[in-house]
Write a protein that binds this ligand. Sequence first.
Ligand SMILES: [Zn+2]
Length: 299
Amino acid sequence: MRMAAVCNDGEILSRVKYTTPRSDQPEGIVEAIGKAAEECKSKLADCEVAAIAAAVPGTINFEKGLINQAPNLPELDGFKMVSALEDKLNIKAFLENDANAAAVGESWLGASKGFDNSIMVTLGTGVGGGIIIDGKILRGIDGTGGEIGHINVEPKGFPCGCGSFGCVEQYASATAVVRIAKEIMTEKPFTNIEEFDDFTSEDIYEIANNGSDLAKEVFRQQGFYLGIMLAGLINSLNPGAIVIGGGAAAGWDLFIESLREQIKIRSYCEPATRVKIMQAKLGDNAGILGVAKLGFEQI
Ligand SMILES: [Zn+2]
């Protein structure tokens, strides 16, 4: 759990990092946010704190200030986070999905700055997304707007945590990179198989960079599936920019060629030529800055 005090020009004034406490009740998390907020505030000299804005890994109802579903923090399902934070801290509170927040952050101060229509893809444990149309984040009526990680790219593909199967998350996330590498390894081992159990997507990237064609194939597949997903989004949303970030974007130079190839094959020529596909610039700060920006807009 990371918290920062952010100035309205985007300068980060102070920051703290906590381990998210886990229990079957959400109160522990609210308690920890309260502590982190006090600590963050104590580092500020003569600054008025106007609001608190939280980016959470789940679908949210922005108007009601509640978390619909947070698959990795199920104790937050249905939790009215905004009123809990307002009661705890006595300041205005806002809530946003973490991938949406990252999209807003990148469009405020990062790679997609100056673009009114953009898509942010976050390749982490899962595949997150944020869609900005005419300068506004797309939330949809149930808060699942921008959940591009669950677009199907393989009709009879690998089962997904969302209940569907063949979602792009199962082919392009950091978790997927490791799984695809394992599948290839069972046929043709390209590194020491005993050590492989603890491998991360970064390790596989390193093996590929050291020249292993089989490891490179993992990233080619990642780009292939991302390209299929993005080709559909390019046709349907006609964005000016696509920003790709997150830990598994580290393999950029190994997946970007097959990604672009699928876009070229599958998208309308004009939007495919126009769209700028870029690496994210803000790293871990994207979500913090984005959710702060949304807070400033509201107040
Ligand atoms: Zn899914």
